[in-house]
Design a protein around this ligand. Sequence first.
Ligand SMILES: NC(=O)c1ccc[n+]([C@@H]2O[C@H](COP(=O)([O-])OP(=O)(O)OC[C@H]3O[C@@H](n4cnc5c(N)ncnc54)[C@H](O)[C@@H]3O)[C@@H](O)[C@H]2O)c1
Ligand SMILES: [Zn+2]
Length: 336
Amino acid sequence: MGKGSAQGESTLGTAQSQWKQTSLKSGHLSFHVSHMRLTNSIVKEPMVIGHEYAGVVEEIGNEVTHLAVGDNVTLEPGVSCAHCSHCKEGRYNLCDEMKCFATPPIHGCLANFVVHPASLCFKLPENVSLEEGAMCEPLSVGVHACRRAGAGPHTKVLIMGSGPIGLVTLMAAKEFGFPRVAVVDVDENRLKMAQELGAHEVGCVSTRIEDVEKEVLEIQQKMAAGIDITFDCAGLEKTMRTALKATRSGGEVCLVGMGHVEMKVPSTAAAAREVDILGLHRYRNTYQLCIDLISSGRINVKPLITHRFRFSQEDVVKAFNVSAMGGSAIKVMFNI
Ligand SMILES: NC(=O)c1ccc[n+]([C@@H]2O[C@H](COP(=O)([O-])OP(=O)(O)OC[C@H]3O[C@@H](n4cnc5c(N)ncnc54)[C@H](O)[C@@H]3O)[C@@H](O)[C@H]2O)c1
Ligand SMILES: [Zn+2]
């Protein structure tokens, strides 16, 4: 596939001058796929996947001053319109015109070459590898969740779900100085990883709705001082019910996960205790911070990369099978 391939251009040819774009090659890309739908985005036609990417600059436009050919960069995948009220307010992640890698009908970046606006290409320092650069995307979700919750050094946190997103939220929560972080999941392998990454408490829960009351009590007993913020990083009816009941009066529940599109939750009881529900859509203005956190050694994303594959037909099939297993497979990385 050649530089400036039709694929890359069709993905990113909107609203940006070609000469402010950057072509990249030799990328590293991680992924985790399980269904063909995310909220209102439904894959209806064959689509290239991939939105967690880092690569080497192959060519730059003549107006680009902050990058040079040969630089290692990580790509923020969403191109917003820059003109709507959300974009003007700086909340560009809410832009209705957002064109994001691998959000239908936009193709993703699992490709040998991609073309991307230079302003969304972030140069990696020498001590940050391409693999770590690709991890800035999921880490951004955890950073944005912690920022949204506006928590401080006294905040006690519960994280529901220790998949990649729960784990990056754990990393960000620890870096943001939250003194006590508990993580629950249904999978012991994932909880083991959460413990290794510094969760103060971990708990294995069931998938049964009828266990919510009992589990809420167990969680509250473990977190004796009360839970100020719960990050639901699974987004299922059971996890949201647990989150709304377990969080202290006046606390917050941040709904990060998108497991169930609709759910029945004890909303009135939660409202009567002034438990606020915060939504979350990706992230904004997080990439440079994530690079700095990784470069300074304050966050180590390497343990999350559990499997690596080459970008060949045979390896791609193996990689999808490993990722679909879940469990000890967290991030599966392609070395392109
Ligand atoms: N809001 C956003 O912008 C945003 C961004 C990225 C991902 N997401 C969403 O975040 C969610 C998590 O992503 P991921 O990559 O970590 O997925 P994942 O499926 O790997 O992780 C979900 C975890 O939840 C656990 N789980 C399942 N049932 C549970 C239960 N009853 N109680 C506790 N834990 C339970 C699973 O075992 C798993 O470890 C997904 O729904 C994804 O779509 C949202
Ligand atoms: Zn916009």
